[in-house]
Design a protein around this ligand. Sequence first.
Ligand SMILES: Nc1ncnc2c1ncn2[C@@H]1O[C@H](COP(=O)(O)OP(=O)(O)O)[C@@H](O)[C@H]1O
Ligand SMILES: [Mg+2]
Length: 359
Amino acid sequence: MSKKRFNVLAEKNPTPRQLGIYMAAFLAVVMLIAMSFLFLISGGELEWWHIGLMTVLIFGTAYGINIVALERFIYRRVKLIYKTIHNMKTPKGAKAKKMNMGRHLIDEVEEEVTNWAKERDKEIENLKKLEAYRRDFLGNVSHELKTPIFNVQGYIETLIESKLEDETINLPYLVRAAKNVERLSTITQDLDMIAQLESEDLHLDVQRFDIHELAMEIFDEMSITALERHIQFSFKQGCDKSFHVKADRERIRQVFVNLITNSVKYGKVNGNTKVGFYEMDDKHLLIEISDDGYGIEEKHLPRLFERFYRVDKSRSREQGGSGLGLAIVKHIIEAHKQTVTVRSTLNVGSTFGFTLEKA
Ligand SMILES: Nc1ncnc2c1ncn2[C@@H]1O[C@H](COP(=O)(O)OP(=O)(O)O)[C@@H](O)[C@H]1O
Ligand SMILES: [Mg+2]
């Protein structure tokens, strides 16, 4: 409450002690008048009915002034509290709740204020979390962008200083600069994708398609990358056939690309990447992508799908990773209301799995 508002309130409303004095004084005056009146009409000789009338009169007056005083005293303050709460809680223009003096007013107000305060607490907690998260995210993004930008800057400055006369560095530095620019491009593309996936109106273009066929397309697209590390793509036994699912094909393509890229990047040279399909129940198909690569220590697994989380930073950077691939995978699968999991053993390999609705 602002100070000004409080002062206005203090002027209008007496303190409980003042209120007590006013009420008592008022009652005393009324009784004095009534008694004088009684004394007059009875001519000094009180009868039983005089006392009865007196009792009724005192009761009525006391009740009346109590109610009026309480209403003025409590009602005004409580109404202000209500207004303060309801102004924030209800849409503009909504009326403050009406007071009913016949009910347990204070209890009701107390309960409402407590609930209101709890809600506020929760909101503040959430806002704090969001704020911390936003700070982290911004920090991570600028950190990720800084390295490649500095690298490109360095290579270009060196080339300028040498006036392109040093044949031994011209091409290698240009190639390295280009690699870093590519990394920048990957990061911004992935950030863009995350922003898109997080936007409120994420639209899924759900359709029925053969996921085995999609996997084959991706094997094909990525065969050159796989060749660099001599990694073989194949299907698990009994899985080299059609499996129909209901999902957004383009988004699931992104999931496959990210998971298979990882299996190649973090797979051992001459290794294998295998895709398997398993019918879970009447409704779900489990899709697994396994490699026999470096594997991941168990302690990293719970955080693996977080943005920018990397187990082996230097290897990931060297391979052009943004640290966002698995965060994107998780987003897409969760948008489909499905789940994604990982199993891994260090130096044995990793298996990433996700479910989809069968069609
Ligand atoms: N198949 C895998 N084998 C081993 N480690 C993996 C595998 N897939 C992901 N990782 C680890 O998880 C981290 C996060 O993966 P990701 O989100 O795709 O980011 P990026 O590949 O850009 O580093 C990687 O940096 C890597 O350390
Ligand atoms: Mg990746």
